[in-house]
Structures are given as C-alpha cells and as structure tokens.
Write a protein that binds this ligand. Structure first.
Ligand code: CTP
Length: 410
C-alpha cells in the first residue's frame, strides 16, 4: 500500500481515454490513496459521474455553480490534494492549464493545487506533435509538472501513433514513484544494458539465453521516473521501450560492447543488467547449416563489457554496477566479480530466483558489505538498486555535464 493515506485528486478531461480513468481511480485506491474526482463538462459525456461517486464514495465535482458546491470547493480540493492527476489531459485542457485559465471546476482546482501536478496526455498523434501542444507541455514541465506518456500505439481511430494515454497502472506507478522519491536522480545520466544477446550461427539460428530484459527495463523505467537521463542499450526483447529513454537496440555481445564503449564516458552511472553471452560461434555461416551426421560448434570468448568499462574508466562513470547470476557461494562469487571487474556494486541473485520471472531476490554487494533483500517485484528491486546508486553517487564528485559529455581525445 505504497500510496497509503495519500490524498489525490484525479481530474478528467473530455477524451475517449476517459474510460481508462475509471481504472486509474481504482488502482490509486487499491494502493491506499484517498481519491476525489473532478470532471470537465466534456468528460461527463464520456463517463458518468455516478461511476466515480460509486467508486470513491463522493460525488465528483463537475460544476462550480452547483448548489452543493457553494463555497470554494476548488480551493478546498486544491489545498487538500498532495497530488493532482489530469487523465486524460486533452490538447485543449493542456492549453488551458498552460495559459492559466480557470473557467471550469477542473481548471480552477488545478490553479489552486498545492501538490504535484501530473498530466497524462491523450490525443491524436497530430494533436500531440502540434507545436502548440508541445509548447504547452514544455510550459507545464517548466513549472514543475510531471508528464506521464503519452505512449505510441493504436489511437481511437485505429491509426498507430504517439498520443495514446499511458495505462492506468503506469500512471499510478509514476504517481507513487514521484511521491516516494521525487526527482532525486535529476541530472544523473544513467546507461543501462538489458536483455540477452543473440550470437548468430547462420542466417536463421543463434545461441541465446532466457533473459527477458525485465530487470534492466524496470531499472530504466524507475530511473526515468526519478528524473534521470537514461540510455538503454537493449538486446533482443519483447518489451515496450520506456517513454523518454534513448534506446539503442543491439543483437550480439560485440554490438553491445561497441554501443557501451562508445557511450560510457558520457554517463555518471553504468548498470550492466544484460545477460551477455560469454561465447559466440567462431564463425557465422553465410548460408543455413545443412544437416550432417555430426556438427561440432567451435566457440570463442566474447569481450567482457563490464570488465572493459571497469578497466578503461577514469572519471566517468563514477558508479559502475554489474549483475551476477550464481548457483552457489552467492556473496563470495559476487565479491570476486566486484573486484575483478572493478565495479562499485554487484547485484547478485540466485539463478533460480529471477530469470524469466516477475519477481527477484537479490543481494547487493559493495565495498562496505552485503545486503540481502527479500523477494520482491522487479520494479521494487529497481528502486532499491537506484537507492544504493544514489548513495554511492553522493559520495563522489559529479562532473559538469558538458565536460563529461566530451568523448576521449582521438
Ligand atoms: N558481463 C559483461 N560482458 C560479458 C559477460 C558478462 O559485461 N561478456 C556482465 C554482465 O552484464 C553482468 C556481469 O558481467 O553485469 C556478470 O556476468 P557473469 O557472466 O555472471 O560474470 P563472469 O565474470 O563471466 O562470471 P562467471 O564465471 O560466473 O560466468
């Protein structure tokens, strides 16, 4: 119940995604929040206020002129709310919010809100990419609001594009993360590797492993939520790209090596969550290998990316994090990797605990000792890892952005 006792106003604009706000209100309440709802007139045409009255136990505020609201309901709600979530935030609503209009219950409450403002945009892709909307979104961001989404996908009219409202669970995650951590990683540039690597044998076959990429993607998602700039170097996975991350897609260990080596110096933190193949076939056949009586595969070692960053880094990254999948002597093996690969933190897990699953049970091993965490969701593990990284970062001098961005002299 991470939102236990938190007071949240959900404000609905008039868009078809308003139906998802029902699930959002439920999700916030399921996580322990106390929720009040404010709707624009247009929103009431998409979802009935009675639905929210039933869910929250209080009639939503829809009209400042209603007799029941005689007084200052927008001021009261604005002061009451620790967070206000506008979902769906339509193009029109964002424009009115950015220009400080207060001509209905929702806008008036937004104007009085003292807590954090979240906007979950939902509109057609052309409306989202419209320069006016982009400028309004920027204005809201500059004033400290948090944008959640929009994401790419099927729009209401069946077209595919960026403008779809984030899923209720993702919006609730963003609210929860922000109320728990704020922007505590703002300004940190974090490079994360994730997923497996595929080592080709021939045009149709490869050697791979069962890594889903979920752990690395969860860290990327959480780091973004906490304000970091994120580069995600990803092997082949079936996961949506986290909104806001700079995603570099790679396939083999050597491609991942090249992508990381070209970028590590411009990052404060490098987290190697990928399950990199240690070996690759010594040759990639250009034609499909035919059946024969015997087939012997010759394998050669892949570069160790983590060890290479450890050996080559000077000032940046100031925190280098590796993962270790072990079947025995967890802590001792992890400590060996910490030293051998010159990392600052190793996230160690039993082979049986995390691979391909939603949860993970890890032990954090750094220069000061080892902390065994209980089994929890990968997203919760991600926050624990980021907490430890933030603590490590605070002990090291942060290099100015422009200085660290420059590559090595040629
Ligand atoms: N790693 C890497 N490049 C490789 C292999 C691994 O960067 N070619 C990174 C992984 O991303 C992970 C860490 O190294 O962060 C640990 O990987 P692991 O294969 O468990 O470590 P090894 O030192 O290869 O140890 P082992 O002998 O247990 O395989």
């Amino acid at each position: 119940m991470a939102l236990h006792g938190k007071r949240i106003v959900v404000g609905l604009g008039g868009g078809i995604a308003a139906f998802k706000a029902v699930a959002l209100v439920r999700e916030l309440m399921r996580r322990g929040a106390e929720v009040r709802v404010v709707m624009t007139d247009a929103a009431t045409r998409f979802v009935g206020p009675v639905t929210f009255a039933g869910l929250t136990g209080k009639p939503p505020v829809t009209n400042l002129w209603a007799e029941d609201y005689a007084g200052e309901v927008h001021v009261e709600l604005g002061e009451w709310a620790e967070a206000m979530v506008v979902a769906p935030a339509t193009m029109n609503l964002m424009a009115r919010a950015a220009t400080g209009q207060a001509n209905d219950a929702l806008l008036a409450t937004l104007a009085c809100a003292r807590g954090v403002l979240f906007f979950a945009p939902a509109m057609h892709a052309r409306m989202w990419s419209h320069p006016a909307t982009q400028a309004n979104a920027q204005t809201l961001l500059d004033r400290g609001a948090v944008l959640v989404g929009p994401v790419s996908g099927a729009l209401a009219n069946g077209e595919i594009g960026e403008g779809r409202m984030s899923e209720p669970e993702d919006i609730a995650d963003a609210v929860e993360s922000h109320l728990s951590y704020g922007d505590d990683l703002a300004g940190a540039r974090i490079l994360i590797t994730a997923g497996p690597t595929h080592e080709d044998l021939d045009p149709v076959r490869f050697l791979g492993n069962r890594s889903s990429g979920r752990m690395g993607y969860a860290i990327a998602q959480k780091a973004l939520r906490r304000g970091a700039d994120v580069t995600l170097v990803s092997g082949p996975v079936h996961l949506p790209a986290p909104a806001g991350a700079d995603v570099v897609s790679v396939r083999s260990a050597r491609e991942m090596h090249d992508a990381v080596m070209a970028r590590f110096e411009s990052h404060d933190v490098v987290i190697m969550a990928a399950a990199v193949a240690d070996y690759r076939p010594s040759a990639r056949e250009s034609h499909k290998i035919k059946k024969s009586d015997d087939l012997a595969l010759e394998l050669v070692r892949n570069p160790d990316i983590l060890a290479d960053v450890g050996a080559k880094r000077t000032d940046t990254p100031s925190v280098l994090v590796g993962f270790a999948l072990e079947t025995q002597d967890l802590e001792q093996s992890a400590r060996g990797k910490l030293e051998r690969k010159r990392a600052d933190l190793i996230v160690a897990n039993e082979a049986s605990a995390g691979l391909g699953r939603e949860t993970n049970r890890v032990t954090l091993v750094d220069g000061d000792g080892a902390t065994a965490l209980p089994e929890m969701s990968k997203t919760a593990v991600a926050d624990q890892i980021l907490d430890r990284i933030r603590a490590l970062l605070s002990t090291r001098p942060r290099r100015p952005r422009n200085e660290a961005k420059q590559g090595p002299p040629n």
